[in-house]
Every structure is written in C-alpha cells, then in structure tokens.
Design a binder for this molecule. Structure first.
Ligand SMILES: NC(=O)c1ccc[n+]([C@@H]2O[C@H](COP(=O)([O-])OP(=O)(O)OC[C@H]3O[C@@H](n4cnc5c(N)ncnc54)[C@H](O)[C@@H]3O)[C@@H](O)[C@H]2O)c1
Ligand SMILES: O=C(O)C[C@H](O)C(=O)O
Length: 330
C-alpha cells in the first residue's frame, strides 16, 4: 500500500535556494523514493507570480511522488499540518556583509513563522532554518513556538550541514581519500566564520585522517579559514550566495534526521541540552546520530584546550546574537 503524503512547508519558495530545493523534494530525494509529498509554498505577496511559475515547472516534471501543492503568502496556511518545515525565506547577505548583519532585518520573519508553526503545524513537525543568521533565527522560532506548547523545542534546528559538507570536501582533497570514506566529522557552533570544524576524530577506512595529514599549520591556517569563509568566497565569485549547495545540505539534513544515519555522525544545529558545557537552549552545531526520527548528541568526546577555545569563541558569538534579539522575544 502506498504511504500517505507528508506535508512539507517551504518558505522563500521563489528564491534561488527554493529553485534548487523543490524539485529534489518532489523527486523523493529528501524523504525517500516511496514517500509522496504535498508542497506548501510560502513567499511574500509580490513573489506569488514567480511561485506560480515554479509550480508550473514542478507540474511539468510529472513527479510521481508530488501529491499536491499550494502557494500562499500566509504563514498560517503554509505551515498547517506540516510535518517538515524548511525556513529558507529571508534576505541573503551581499559582498562585505557578515551573516549576523542580517539579524535585525530577518529576525522578525522568524517570530511570525515560529508562532504559525507553534499553532498550526503537525505537533511532530521537524523544522530546519536555513535563512541567516540561521542558528539565531532557529532560536527565535523555537522560543516563540514554545508559547503554544505543541511543537517541542528539540524539533527546531539550524543548518550546519553545508559547513559539514564543505569540510568533508576539503579533507578529502587534502588527504587524497574518497569523501565517502570519511567518518566522524563535527562542526561545532554557529554557521558563521567562528564555526569550529573539528577533524580530530575523522577516520577513513580505519585510519585517523588528522594523523594522515599530519600538518597542524594546515588546520589553523588553511582548513579552518577555508571552511569558515566559504560562504563569502562563493558570494565573491558568483555575486550571489550559495544556492544549490545550500539546497543540497538542507536535503541531507532532513533526509538523515527522518531516515537515520546508521550510527554515523552528522552535524546538526540543535538546541543544546547542556552537553559539552554549551548553555541549554542555544542552537549550536553538535555531532549527532539519528534513528527513528530522533537525533542524539555524540557524547564523551575529549575537548582539548584548542578545541575548547574555539568552541567558546563561537558560543560567545551566539550569546551576543541572543542578546541582540532579546527584545523581540519579550
Ligand atoms: N544556512 C546556510 O547554510 C545557508 C546557505 C545559503 C543561504 N542561506 C540563507 O538562505 C536565505 C535565502 O537565500 P536565497 O539565496 O534563496 O535568497 P533569495 O533572495 O534568492 O530568496 C529569498 C526568498 O525569500 C522570500 N522571502 C523573504 N521574506 C520572506 C518571508 N517573510 N516569508 C516568506 N518568504 C520570504 C523572498 O521573497 C525570496 O523569494 C538567506 O538568508 C541566505 O543567507 C543560508
Ligand atoms: O554565506 C552566506 O551568506 C550564505 C550561506 O550562509 C553560505 O554559507 O553559503
């Protein structure tokens, strides 16, 4: 018997990430090749015509798993009964900006959408915030949604997966090992240049990759800055922020959360439970494994002095961002 369709809400549906994302969701790459989906597309009133154009293209793909779609400018309609919500719609940064420069402009979007999710989404809705600064926007949506007591705080996540994937590619290139052989990477903290891509535990076919590379200066002077500043490098090269790779990371994040990682680690930005000394509730990149639709933080990792310093640095930035949105949360 075929499965019942799952409602997937996507905001910013007329944007550049939306254009890479929607076709892959509809083709089954996110929730599985046997899972029909109904797309609930949110964008601003002036973008509705463009959303209709994207829907025409989706129709023209004749995806067998696309069981329906709606377009709306009303968050309460877009999130109704959604089991997955991808919060992409927000202003992207331009050259010379940091992601946190978007905070005041984009933060209000996530108070409205957090309230809509809290009231109307499926109580088990899995929420991924992509719009920047994504950790703090996820924090805002989570806090606002908690006022309604329906969708639990743990369901609000931010996207660190693009950083994780970027780091994997850099490590594969440096070590000469296949990207698919690399296991146990984590990117701690904020989706910003302060993030800490920690390759100390990475293995490839049983070999420790840090040992294989054996070049501490490369870690500090090349790897960490390359991963941390990759978003800016793409803006500089393309004149626009990353889109296809961001959509790909969103697909990976939800795919693994829903369908499981078979014991392997991925990085998710999740509300801290206090693990590794990160204050409870902050949305922070952690190593997780997932099973049956639930994530679990990988525990017991040794945190050396260098790592602690980097983890605290990125935490401090998140604490500052939280302070910056305090008034919005009342
Ligand atoms: N977390 C990450 O790794 C990551 C990666 C890439 C981009 N991003 C962020 O994703 C966001 C979207 O990027 P993009 O390139 O698709 O931008 P874009 O400008 O191409 O598209 C954004 C879309 O969002 C819509 N929008 C704006 N406000 C909205 C609202 N309140 N409700 C619904 N829709 C709204 C716009 O009309 C537009 O269609 C940006 O904030 C960008 O910085 C995050
Ligand atoms: O860097 C940006 O502003 C876009 C995105 O967050 C990225 O990392 O590519």
């Amino acid at each position: 018997m075929s499965k019942a369709p799952v409602r997937v809400a996507v905001t910013g549906a007329a944007g550049q990430i939306g254009y890479s994302l929607l076709f892959r969701i509809a083709s089954g790459e996110m929730l599985g090749k046997d899972q029909p989906v109904i797309l609930q597309l949110l964008d601003l009133p002036h973008a509705q015509k463009a959303v209709k154009g994207v829907m025409m293209e989706l129709e023209d793909c004749a995806f067998p798993l696309l069981a329906g779609m709606i377009a709306t400018d009303d968050p309460n309609v877009a999130f109704k009964d959604a089991k997955v919500a991808l919060l992409v719609g927000a202003r992207p940064r331009g050259p010379g900006m940091e992601r946190k420069d978007l905070l005041t402009e984009n933060a209000k979007i996530f108070t409205v959408q957090g309230a809509a999710i809290g009231q109307y989404a499926d109580p088990d809705c899995k929420v991924l915030v992509v719009g920047n600064p994504c950790n703090t926007n996820a924090y805002i949506a989570k806090e606002v949604a908690q006022k309604y007591g329906r969708v639990p705080a743990k369901n609000f996540t931010g996207m660190l997966r693009l950083d994780h994937n970027r780091a994997l590619s850099q490590l594969a290139a440096k070590s000469g090992r296949d990207v698919s052989s690399l296991k146990s990477l984590v990117v701690w903290g904020n989706h910003s240049p302060t993030m800490y891509a920690d390759y100390r535990f990475v293995t490839s076919n049983g070999d420790n990759v840090k040992g294989l590379i054996n070049d501490e200066a490369w870690n500090k002077d090349v790897f960490l800055p390359t991963v941390g500043k990759r978003g800016a490098a793409i803006i500089e090269a393309r004149g626009l922020s990353s889109a296809a790779s961001a959509a790909n990371a969103a697909i990976d994040h939800i795919h693994d959360w829903v369908l499981g990682t078979n014991g392997e680690w991925v990085t998710m930005g999740i509300p801290s439970d206090g693990s590794y000394g990160i204050p409870e509730g902050i949305i922070y990149g952690f190593p997780v494994t997932t099973e049956n639709g639930e994530y679990k933080i990988v525990q017991g990792l040794e945190i050396d002095a260098f790592s602690r310093e980097r983890m605290t640095h990125t935490l401090n930035e998140l604490l500052e961002e939280r302070e910056g949105v305090k008034d919005l949360l009342g």
